[in-house]
Design a protein around this ligand. Structure first.
Ligand code: PBG
Length: 347
C-alpha cells in the first residue's frame, strides 16, 4: 500500500484517496452534462414550491402590484383560476394575502376573524373549486389594523397576550373556512401553543401549523406592503416583535420555543440573506423547514432581469436551488408559477 495511505485512519481515507496520492481532480465529474446530473446533490422540484399571492375585492379583476412586476392582486374568482393553474402545474400549496379595504380596518384588527374577510372568502372558494391544493393562511393582524402592525397597539406598545388572543380567533376562522395549514407571521410570544390548543379544542386537530419561527425585522418586505396596501400606513417599525437581523442564537431559541409549543413546520423569513439560519434550524430540529423568498428578494431579481442586467430565469432557479442546498423542504416564492413551468419542461 502507498506509504502515505497506510498512515491514515479509514475515516480519513474515505473520499480522500486521490487527494492523498496527489491526483484529486474535481473537474473529472463536471466534464459532461450526464456526469454533472449524476453527482448533483440537491434538486429543486415542483413539489418544493409554495405560491404566495394577493387577493383584493371586485370581480373578474387582476391588477398589477407596482413594486412587484409580474405579480398581481386578484379578485376571489380570479384567485380561484390562479389556484387551478398552480394545481395543474403540480404546485402543492398556495398562500393568500389580502389587501383589505380601509373601512374594515380597526385599531385591534378584529376583522381578522370575520368570515367575510378576503382570506376566508378566498379559502372557501378555492377549497370548493380546487380541493386538491393545500392552503396556507397567515393569521397576523397587519392587513386588518389601522396602524399596520401585526398585533394590537396600545399606548405605543404592541401588547402580546391580547394580540395572541386575536390571532387565535383569526386562525380559528381560517380553519373554519377550510385552511389546511395556519402560518402565523406575527411573532407574538406563545402564539403557536395558543393556536394549537384552540385548534384542538375546536375539532381542528388535523390542521397543521407552519410557524414563521424566525421572522426578521427586515427591509426586504417593502414591496409586500405596497401589495397589501399598508405602505405608509405602518407607524414606527416592527423591531419589538421581529428578530434582529444580526442574531442567530436567538433565532434558534425562537424556533425551539415554537417546536415545544407544537409547530409542525418551521419557516425562515426572509430567505436568501438568511441561508445560515435555515441550515442551523434544519440541522438542529430536523423538522420540515421552509424559506419565504420575500417580496424584496423577488423584486430585486425581477427588476435587474427586466433591465437586462442579469438573466432572470437563471438567477431565479439558482436562488431557489440555494434554498434546497441550505436544507429547505420547500420555498414560498412569487416565482412559483414560472419555476414550475421551467421545471415541467425538463420532466
Ligand atoms: C406581516 C407580513 C409581512 C410579510 C407577510 N406578512 C411582513 C411585513 O409587512 O412586515 C412579508 C412578505 C413579503 O415581503 O413578501 N405579517
Amino acid at each position: 500500500m502507498n506509504d502515505r495511505l497506510s498512515k491514515l485512519s479509514p475515516s480519513n481515507i474515505t473520499g480522500h484517496i486521490d487527494d492523498v496520492t496527489g491526483s484529486r481532480r474535481l473537474r473529472r465529474m463536471r466534464k459532461a452534462e450526464w456526469s454533472r446530473r449524476l453527482v448533483q446533490e440537491t434538486r429543486l422540484t415542483v413539489d418544493d414550491l409554495i405560491l404566495p399571492f394577493f387577493v383584493t375585492y371586485g370581480e373578474g379583476m387582476s391588477e398589477p402590484v407596482e413594486a412587484m412586476p409580474g405579480v398581481e392582486r386578484h379578485s376571489v374568482d380570479m384567485a380561484v383560476r390562479l389556484a387551478e393553474k398552480a394545481a395543474k402545474l403540480g404546485i402543492p400549496a398556495i398562500a393568500p394575502f389580502p389587501r383589505e379595504r380601509a373601512e374594515v380596518k380597526t385599531e385591534d384588527g378584529s376583522f381578522v376573524f370575520s368570515p367575510d374577510n378576503l382570506i376566508n372568502r378566498v379559502v372557501r372558494a378555492i377549497k370548493k373549486e380546487v380541493p386538491e391544493i393545500g392552503i396556507i393562511t397567515d393569521a397576523a393582524l397587519d392587513p386588518f389594523t389601522t396602524h399596520g402592525h401585526d398585533g394590537i397597539l396600545r399606548d405605543g406598545e404592541i401588547v402580546n397576550d391580547e394580540s395572541v388572543a386575536m390571532v387565535v380567533r383569526g386562525a380559528l376562522s381560517q380553519a373554519e373556512a377550510g385552511a389546511d395549514i395556519i402560518a402565523p407571521s406575527d411573532m407574538m410570544d406563545g402564539r403557536i401553543g395558543a393556536i394549537r390548543q384552540a385548534l384542538d379544542e375546536n375539532g381542528f386537530n388535523h390542521v397543521a401549523i407552519m410557524s414563521y419561527a424566525t421572522k426578521f425585522a427586515s427591509a426586504f418586505y417593502g414591496p409586500y406592503r405596497d401589495a397589501i396596501g399598508t405602505l405608509g400606513v405602518l407607524k414606527g417599525d416592527k423591531k419589538t416583535y421581529y428578530i434582529d437581523p444580526a442574531n442567530s442564537d436567538e433565532a434558534v431559541r425562537e424556533a425551539e420555543q415554537d417546536v415545544i409549543e407544537g409547530a409542525d413546520m418551521l419557516m425562515v423569513k426572509p430567505g436568501m440573506p438568511y441561508l445560515d439560519i435555515i441550515h442551523r434550524l434544519k440541522t438542529t430540529f430536523r423538522l420540515p423547514t421552509y424559506a419565504y423568498q420575500v417580496s424584496g428578494e423577488y423584486s430585486m431579481i425581477k427588476s435587474a432581469g427586466l433591465n437586462g442586467w442579469i438573466d432572470e430565469e437563471k438567477v431565479m432557479m439558482e436562488s431557489l436551488s440555494s434554498f434546497k442546498r441550505a436544507g429547505c423542504d420547500g420555498i414560498l416564492t412569487y416565482f412559483a408559477l414560472d419555476a414550475a413551468k421551467k421545471l415541467k419542461k425538463h420532466d
